[in-house]
Design a protein around this ligand. Structure first.
Ligand SMILES: Cc1cc2nc3c(=O)[nH]c(=O)nc-3n(C[C@H](O)[C@H](O)[C@H](O)COP(=O)(O)OP(=O)(O)OC[C@H]3O[C@@H](n4cnc5c(N)ncnc54)[C@H](O)[C@@H]3O)c2cc1C
Length: 380
């Protein structure tokens, strides 16, 4: 019995799991990865079925289950097929800042269609010379009558190229401001003002793009400012507070995927006349995984629970799960490959792909060191 998950959430868990069983297939994922193509059709389906909306509030078309709802849904998506679950959830995680700080009009325009699976979101924060140190970013916006003029460049924007809207953090005089731009804003600019360059193949999550965005006198209407001018960095970090918990859920679901696969394999694979699970060293490795999963589940659900209650401890727990769960997932998935022996190294077993996919969870929205810095500030 889990103290955090009620019957409604258990029903959602079951429904998401059934959906994935029916709709996800590894070969399909590999094909999309090879073609470097986003699973747009499936994204539309998880929107239609309300899976994206589980954690969003009811006033904008969600089901109102908050961070815990997001965690349950994303865990199940990644438990079924990590590369697919991660890509699908990356369609809406970048939209959290707009949901939290958007005006009623902005939320209707961007967040509602995102929840319905019609819009994919992106957030452009990182720059070539400003990653962990976001306060040093150089992309600047200048105030001109009814619009801003943006100059500079961003890197690593997930979904660049096919996103329907982008959340942009830029320097606004000596502070930072967030604006939103979409296809309409891009089309309203002169040719050459905006460029997207795909940064190419990466270690994992290859159905998504990681793009460079280049702005040369790019105009953004003043109405597109999100929240308060000059408070941009704080707003992005507030979005990350939820994002980090949901990224930890990506890692947690991937752990479950690895664990379930490796246990099934260890029971079936026979060497020296018996199933390898009967070798105590293998069995103990599986027990270690089981215990690690329970530790991660508890801290992850607690982080989401605190977030939903706006508890002052929430920020610390958000960083703690973003630090701990990805590390555990990487370690666990690496171990599953050892237990599968040579077969674990093969693509069609899924585990090497899961390890490559999950590797990013310890990097994006703040590396492990950055989480440690935040935790240290809060505990010492
Ligand atoms: C696949 C992928 C998707 C991404 N998606 C997005 C996205 O959608 N939008 C976006 O804006 N960005 C995105 N990013 C960028 C990502 O958030 C950054 O890569 C990450 O925050 C780290 O920044 P950096 O790469 O510049 O590393 P750096 O900041 O240069 O860090 C390098 C190393 O130094 C360490 N370090 C830095 N500062 C400190 C410190 N103060 N104390 C201790 N150690 C420190 C880091 O932990 C790290 O180990 C993505 C990146 C990837 C690879």
């Amino acid at each position: 019995m889990d103290p955090y998950v009620n019957d409604d959430l258990r029903d959602i868990q079951k429904a998401v799991s059934e959906f994935c069983e029916h709709e996800f297939d590894q070969e399909g994922l590999h094909k999309l990865e090879d073609e470097h193509r986003y699973p747009r059709e499936l994204y539309g389906k998880i929107g239609e079925l309300g899976i994206i909306g589980v954690g969003f509030s009811e006033d904008i078309g969600g089901s109102g289950f908050g961070a815990l709802g997001h965690v349950i849904a994303v865990t199940e998506l990644c438990r079924s097929l990590p590369g697919m679950g991660m890509a699908l959830s990356l369609g809406y995680i970048p939209g959290f800042v707009v949901d939290i700080y958007g005006s009623a009009e902005q939320r209707e325009k961007y967040v509602r269609p995102m929840i319905e699976g019609r819009y994919i979101s992106a957030i452009s924060v990182t720059e070539p010379d400003s990653g962990s140190d976001l306060s040093s970013l150089k992309t600047r916006m200048e105030d001109r009558a009814d619009h801003f003029v943006v100059n500079g460049s961003k890197v690593f924007t997930t979904n660049a190229g096919y996103a329907d809207f982008y959340t942009l953090l830029a320097r606004d005089q000596d502070r930072q401001t967030v604006t939103i731009f979409d296809k309409e804003s891009i089309d309203g600019n002169l040719p050459g003002c905006f460029e997207i360059n795909d940064l190419g193949r990466k270690m994992g999550i290859n159905t998504t793009t990681s793009g460079e965005l280049v702005f040369s006198d790019f105009r953004i209407p003043k109405d597109n400012v999100l929240g308060q001018r000059g408070k941009g960095l704080r707003m992005v970090l507030d979005g990350f507070e939820l994002g980090r918990i949901v990224i930890a859920a990506q890692a947690f679901g991937s752990m479950l995927y690895g664990y379930e696969k490796v246990v099934a394999y260890a029971k079936k694979r026979t060497q020296f006349g018996r199933p390898i699970i009967q070798f105590q060293s293998v069995e103990h490795d599986l027990v270690d995984m089981y215990v690690e999963i329970e530790k991660c589940r508890n801290i992850l659900y607690k982080a989401a629970w605190l977030y939903d209650r706006k508890d002052p401890e929430s920020k610390k727990y958000s960083s703690m799960v973003k630090l701990a769960v990805p590390e555990s997932a990487i370690k666990l998935l690496n171990k599953t490959i050892d237990i599968l022996g040579g077969y674990g190294y093969m693509r069609d077993q899924g585990l090497e792909g899961a390890l490559r996919d999950v590797r990013i969870t310890s990097i994006y929205e703040g590396t492990g060191n950055i989480q440690k810095n935040s935790i240290a500030k809060m505990i010492f």
